[in-house]
Structures are given as structure tokens and as C-alpha cells.
Design a protein around this ligand. Structure first.
Ligand SMILES: Nc1ncnc2c1ncn2[C@@H]1O[C@H](COP(=O)(O)OP(=O)(O)OP(=O)(O)O)[C@@H](O)[C@H]1O
Ligand SMILES: O=C(O)[C@H](O)[C@@H](O)[C@H](O)[C@H](O)CO
Length: 159
């Protein structure tokens, strides 16, 4: 989890490769209307996000019911969103990608071919509720290269 351009897709994929797990990108679960809304520079509301988050929670249940393990990239900016995703399961860990607005804005500006405009970064930070320690969160600084960040996460995952 983390704001747009914090590195969820890049780090999530690299972590899944490292662990030999599947990877699911929350961006692929958006209904087209959510993508278009953000492309047009409008932030999503709770109402826009609930069905999207539910479809990601369903995917977690579907894959794990088959015995699979997965890394999921999802902004999950508010605590209530994370509660929906975790839905009382004890085998899910939240990983928070922690970075300054300056660093993330730079990465966002350099990124090509993505629907999310840089103008939405302020609203992403306003919406963000940094996870509390009671959420058993693994928080990592994104001020490192991807290999270093994946190492930091993998070290903190329960074996
Ligand atoms: N640790 C890193 N060092 C340097 N560049 C990075 C790092 N992590 C991600 N990037 C780059 O930053 C940009 C944003 O990363 P990415 O697309 O993975 O973020 P995201 O959180 O999935 O974004 P979104 O939620 O908008 O889809 C990409 O161009 C990516 O290559
Ligand atoms: O506002 C949000 O909840 C998130 O930003 C997602 O909706 C975006 O799709 C994604 O993070 C950008 O690619």
C-alpha cells in the first residue's frame, strides 16, 4: 500500500518474484469509470472505491482458497479500506511504502504511459492514513533501490 507512484507495482512484482508468489495489481481491478475519472484529474470517493476494494478482497480469498500465495498492490489509503482487504484474516500482512511527497512527485513526473495525473498526488496524501502499529504493518522507506526495498520487506515477513 501507499500513494500513487510510491512503487506498489514495481516493488510488488519484484517481491512476488523473489518469494515465488503470484502478483495481483489493484489497478487491473478498477472498473473503467474509476480509471477515466482519475485520468480526468478527479480523485475517487469512498463510493468509487468500495466495489473495487471488494473485488480485490475476493481475489485474495479466491487465490488462497486454491492454496496460492500472492502479493497485492493496492493503494489502501484509509484504515477502513485496509480492514476490508484484510477482513479479519491473520495470514495477511500490510506493507507500507513510505516516502516523501517530493520523492514520489519526482518519480510520478518521470513515469510514462500511466493514467494517473500528477495533479492527484496532493489528494492522495490528504487521504492517506498512515497505518498504525496495531495493523501489524511492515513499513519500509522507498528511498532505496527496488532490490534493497524488497530485501527490507522479505526480512520482516514471517516465515
Ligand atoms: N525504489 C525505486 N527507485 C527508483 N524508481 C522507482 C522505485 N520504485 C518505483 N520507481 C519508479 O517510480 C514510478 C512509480 O512506481 P510504480 O508505478 O511502481 O508505483 P505505484 O505505486 O504502483 O503507482 P500507481 O498506484 O499510480 O499505479 C515508476 O516509474 C517506477 O519505475
Ligand atoms: O486513489 C486510490 O485509491 C488509488 O490511487 C488508486 O485508485 C489508483 O488506481 C492507483 O493507485 C493509481 O494507479
Amino acid at each position: 500500500m501507499g500513494v500513487s507512484s510510491s512503487g506498489k507495482s514495481s516493488i510488488g512484482k519484484a517481491l512476488a518474484d523473489r518469494l515465488g508468489w503470484r502478483f495481483a495489481d489493484g489497478d487491473d481491478f478498477h472498473p473503467p469509470a474509476n480509471v477515466e475519472k482519475q485520468r480526468a484529474g478527479q480523485p475517487l470517493t469512498d463510493e468509487d472505491r468500495w466495489p473495487w476494494l471488494q473485488s480485490i478482497a475476493d481475489e485474495i480469498d479466491r487465490v488462497t482458497a486454491e492454496g496460492g500465495k500472492l502479493v497485492v498492490a493496492c493503494s489502501a489509503l484509509k484504515r477502513v479500506y485496509r480492514e476490508l482487504l484484510v477482513h479479519g484474516r491473520h495470514d495477511i500482512r500490510i506493507v507500507y511504502l513510505d516516502g516523501s511527497k517530493e520523492l514520489i512527485a519526482m518519480r510520478m513526473a518521470a513515469r510514462k504511459n500511466h493514467f494517473m495525473p500528477s495533479s492527484l498526488l496532493d489528494s492522495q496524501f490528504k487521504t492517506l492514513e498512515v497505518p498504525g502499529t496495531d495493523e501489524r504493518v511492515i513499513a519500509v522507506s522507498i528511498d532505496d533501490d527496488i532490490v534493497g526495498i524488497v530485501d527490507a520487506i522479505a526480512k520482516q515477513l514471517p516465515t
